[in-house]
Design a protein around this ligand. Structure first.
Ligand code: DC
Length: 208
């Protein structure tokens, strides 16, 4: 346990393993975890019902992040990526994320702009990547396991179009912070990726 605020920022493209690594770090060190993609997914989900995006972002409640199955569909992922390109949507979600990051006892936030925009002073920054094919394979397995009928090719196309939109947008695009540690998980087992990430955080805690 750690008594002060200690922030771990984890960014990277879709399905690179950020979620797994973040949850493992949170569990290992007793930190709180926020998957910031859920904020954009919950906003995107509302827009599919016809709600205007900025209004949807401003009206978000913590309980909107609870319905994991509804938020983790391919349609909602695309809607999330679209609303995430709107600067006013992003602005509406900043305070919540920064307050979460500053809480005592340690926090892990994963997303696209955590190390660059939300927490530029984070204690540890990781940028988790994997090849397109590996990411598509992992996400395809995950979606099939939840009963979604999608092909691996559809998943690959979805990931690529989201990455392109997330990287090309003007507002807080997906990119590594200059001081981020890069972790390419293409050839790594989950256990090895998690162990490498935990080792980086442990080293920073020791030297802090
Ligand atoms: O991490 P995810 O796949 O659940 O994120 C869904 C979308 O939300 C992603 O395509 C881009 C957007 N997003 C973002 O722009 N900034 C973040 N910090 C997190 C997610």
């Amino acid at each position: 346990m750690i008594n002060r605020a200690f922030t771990v920022a984890i960014d990277g493209p879709a399905a690179a393993g950020k979620g797994t690594v973040s949850r493992a770090i949170a569990a290992h060190f007793g930190f709180a975890h926020l998957d910031t993609g859920l904020l954009y997914r919950a906003t995107g989900l509302r827009t599919l019902d016809g709600t205007e995006a900025v209004e949807a972002a401003r009206a978000l409640r913590a309980s909107d992040l609870d319905d994991d199955d509804a938020l983790r569909t391919p349609d909602v992922a695309q809607a999330a990526s679209r609303v995430a390109a709107l600067p006013d949507v992003r602005a509406a979600l900043v305070d919540f994320q920064r307050a979460f990051a500053r809480r005592g006892g340690g926090a892990v936030l994963d997303g696209r702009d955590i190390g660059t925009v939300i927490c530029p002073d984070a204690d540890v920054k990781l940028y988790v990547t994997a090849s397109d094919e590996v990411r598509a394979e992992r996400r395809h397995r995950e979606l099939c396991g939840k009963g979604h009928e999608v092909t691996r090719e559809q998943v690959l196309a979805d990931l690529r179009s989201r990455d392109e939109r997330d990287s090309a947008r003007a507002a807080a695009p997906l990119k590594p912070a200059p001081d981020a540690i890069q972790l390419d998980t293409s050839e790594m087992s989950i256990e090895d990726a998690v162990a490498a990430a935990i080792a980086e955080v442990a080293q920073r805690i020791d030297s802090a």
